[in-house]
Design a protein around this ligand. Structure first.
Ligand SMILES: [Fe+2]
Length: 217
């Protein structure tokens, strides 16, 4: 499905569901499941969390890797608009140099969902899911021990555990807890043959998130 020219909550949700559905054929790097299954497993954990987390956090869990598999032409069409990049880099008060150091899938994904009409909370949670791993490794050695070998290897490529000011700034962010929770769901969302709620079941939550954010503007 093409990016809708007239973006309403309904048309955007239709588009997102088509992009997510297509990701059933995209393998999740290094794991025996698809990107769609990975996203759905991550979101299902958010929806079942005790204590409960808000809907923005659940939707962020669903969309956290969208920068990995959304059509490149669509991402380019939305994130190249002037102002988008600067806006996202300031989310949560984090300069880009402290978030990931380069424009990766998490940054593209965050800019993309923001441009589609989701809130700055959804965007920041999408943006921070790689940085959150670096933060968790800095503050919780048992977390680092539990990472898969592939994830430990990519940690070094991603800059290793945070330290000093970077760690303190991340820990002081308003949504630090949600960012860390999302990261842990992400780590667990790799189970082969696990049946969780389907993408269509997320339509009402996606719609509410877009409508609420329009209302806030
Ligand atoms: Fe992921």
């Amino acid at each position: 499905m093409e990016l809708p020219t007239e973006r309403t909550p309904e048309s955007v949700v239709e588009y997102i569901i088509s992009v997510m559905t297509a990701s059933e054929t995209t393998p999740y790097i290094g794991e025996p499941i698809s990107q769609l299954q990975h996203s759905l497993q991550c979101a299902a954990q958010a929806a079942d969390a005790v204590p409960a987390v808000d809907e923005a956090t659940q939707v962020a869990a669903l969309l956290h890797d969208i920068g990995q598999f959304a059509p490149a032409r669509d991402i380019r069409a939305l994130v190249s608009k002037s102002g988008q990049q600067a806006e996202i880099q300031n989310l949560g008060g984090q300069p880009a140099s402290q978030s990931v150091g380069r424009v990766g899938h998490e940054t593209l994904g965050a800019q993309f969902v923001l441009a589609l009409g989701f809130s700055s909370k959804v965007a920041r949670l999408v943006e921070s899911h790689v940085a959150a791993k670096r933060y968790l490794c800095a503050v919780d050695t048992s977390y680092m021990d539990r990472l898969s070998d592939a994830s430990k290897r990519s940690l070094m490529y991603q800059g290793g555990p945070m330290s000093g000011d970077e760690r303190d700034a991340f820990g002081a962010e308003a949504w630090c807890q949600e960012m860390c929770q999302l990261r842990k769901w992400d780590d667990e969302a790799k189970v082969e043959n696990l049946v969780v709620r389907d993408i269509e079941s997320w339509r009402p939550a996606l719609l509410r998130q877009l409508r609420e954010n329009v209302g806030d503007n």
